[in-house]
Write a protein that binds this ligand. Sequence first.
Ligand code: GTA
Length: 319
Amino acid sequence: MAATQNSVESETQRETKRHKPDENDGKPAAESSISGFEVGRILRDSAREKNIFVHGKIDDQEAIVILEKTPITQDVLPEMLKKSTQLLEMKNDIYSTYQLQPPPYLNGVKTTVICPATEKHVKKYQRQETFLIEETEEDYQSITLPYINSQSFSVQWVYNILEKKAEADRIVFEDPDPQDGFVLLPDFKWDQKQVDDLYLIAITHRRDVKSLRDLTPDHLPLLRNIREKGLEAIMKRYSVPASKLRVMLHYQPSYYHLHVHFITLDYEAPGCGVERAHLLTDVIQNLQDRPEYYRKHALTFPIRADDALLSKFREAGRV
Ligand code: GTA
């Protein structure tokens, strides 16, 4: 991909963003809390993915910090090579290795903070063995639904987005219709610096659909609307066509308020595997062919070893 194609912002916008910390008088709240983070336990890390998930404390509150090195894009290469301090490590015949130390504004580390974090967050980010569960309609009614009604993650962050109390400036597209409308915005896993890992989510305005399981043909206008207008908005803003996008839902989701993931095909994001991802086009097709599909069909999903829902399935003798 050409340098100008894979970067999301204009040169001027990028420069402004990268220099922002130096120019800001007041630090954003999150920045000051990160510096006070007391490192506790490493929940998981990956040399290949270049990320680390850490459990600790901020001001005596449980916290999780996720640090991730971001991709090096073609557009910053000339500047990076020119402006970095170069430390020669070794030279042998035609081979040599260096440690480059780029200037801070070209060397950002994407950081996510969850504070206060619950025990459920800690478990979510911990490396764990996973199992597959085949959930029948009866299992959903007698095991899963009571469980998610009592124990699922708060969706306050979703309501904050819908009510413009948070992330309002990040909205890429909105259809305000209360039945079929939605808000499309960058997922918080995407730093928007390059389209190579483009990731947006469409969050429905209606609040009565928890997940795939609740979908009926009544929701077809909503689903078609999300697909059509979401794809159009992404093409318009990022020049990424429908043929390069994986548009899907998770089952089980982490957050039980209907949302659709729009992820560039070249990025293997977590949760893209066949055991958890359901393409929106397939969902629409299934509902057209069989109105009761998601209510009646057994659905398979992965579950982590320490998830209380797995214990509920075990207690019921279903695993
Ligand atoms: N814009 O406040 C938010 C926000 N929150 C709290 C969650 N999301 C948000 N987006 C915005 N603002 O894609 C996003 C999530 C996710 C979607 C919910 O909403 O990033 P889901 O209900 O299907 O849940 O989708 P899912 O996919 O399990 O959640 P999530 O958080 O993506 O976790 C899946 C795996 O992704 C994790 O186990 C971990 O392996 C990985 N992961 C999560 N967060 C990060 C991160 N910040 N960096 C790197 N990897 C991560």
